[in-house]
Design a protein around this ligand. Structure first.
Ligand code: CU
Length: 203
């Protein structure tokens, strides 16, 4: 027989105590959870080893905060940041921002970090005497003639040609560049016309 003889149970009181204990356990769990999430966010921050952080300039303005791992590269490193401006849908302006406008002749490593929201690439084209950047003819397919390309970075997390550098990642290429003027472009359809070109002088 349940309960047996003796004193009658006091259900109200013991239920209340159980409820109080449950609330304490829940609150503790929530505090622990929030604490661990905060710790995880702090961990994932800019102090992670062997990672390059790009967040300033246009990229920072566009909310782009990229943590991309790039290996040690040969020669002079030129860091290029791809940025997208304007609406998420329907195009908008875009650009390539260089951390230096010139480099000594010889081995040059170009690193493209994508701080935008679209896939990008970096193609290196020579500039003829007097030729200005941004003046190449754009074809019906939205690209420019890149048959004179000296090399490209279009692989997410890797070197040379690939199928595009995804947002939040970097790609790179190492070239031997003689003295001269070069136009660095993104030749994804429509991107050159949107403003994705920059000049690099090698001397
Ligand atoms: Cu692009």
């Amino acid at each position: 027989m349940a309960g047996g003889p003796g004193r009658p149970a006091v259900p109200g009181r013991s239920d209340g105590r159980r409820r109080t204990r449950l609330v304490v356990v829940l609150v503790t769990a929530v505090v622990l959870l929030v604490g661990s999430v905060t710790a995880a966010v702090a961990w994932g921050g800019p102090s992670r080893p062997s990672a390059a952080v790009v967040g300033g300039g246009w990229g920072g303005m566009m909310g782009g905060h990229v943590v991309a791992s790039v290996p040690q590269l040969a020669g002079t490193t030129v860091r290029v940041t791809a940025v997208d401006m304007g609406a998420m849908m329907g195009g908008g302006r875009a650009g390539l921002v260089l951390d230096r406008a010139s480099a000594p002749a010889g081995t040059v490593s170009l690193v493209l970090t994508n701080a935008g929201w679209r896939s990008h690439e970096l193609v290196v084209l020579p500039l003829a005497a007097g030729q200005r950047v941004g003046t190449r003819a754009v074809g019906a397919d939205g690209t420019v003639d890149e048959s004179g390309s000296l090399g490209e970075a279009s692989r997410s997390g890797g070197a040379d040609a690939g199928d595009g550098i995804q947002p939040g990642t970097a790609g790179w290429t190492t070239l031997d560049l003689p003295a001269g003027r070069y136009e660095l472009i993104c030749n994804v359809p429509g991107h050159y016309a949107a403003g994705m070109y920059a000049e690099l002088t090698v001397s």
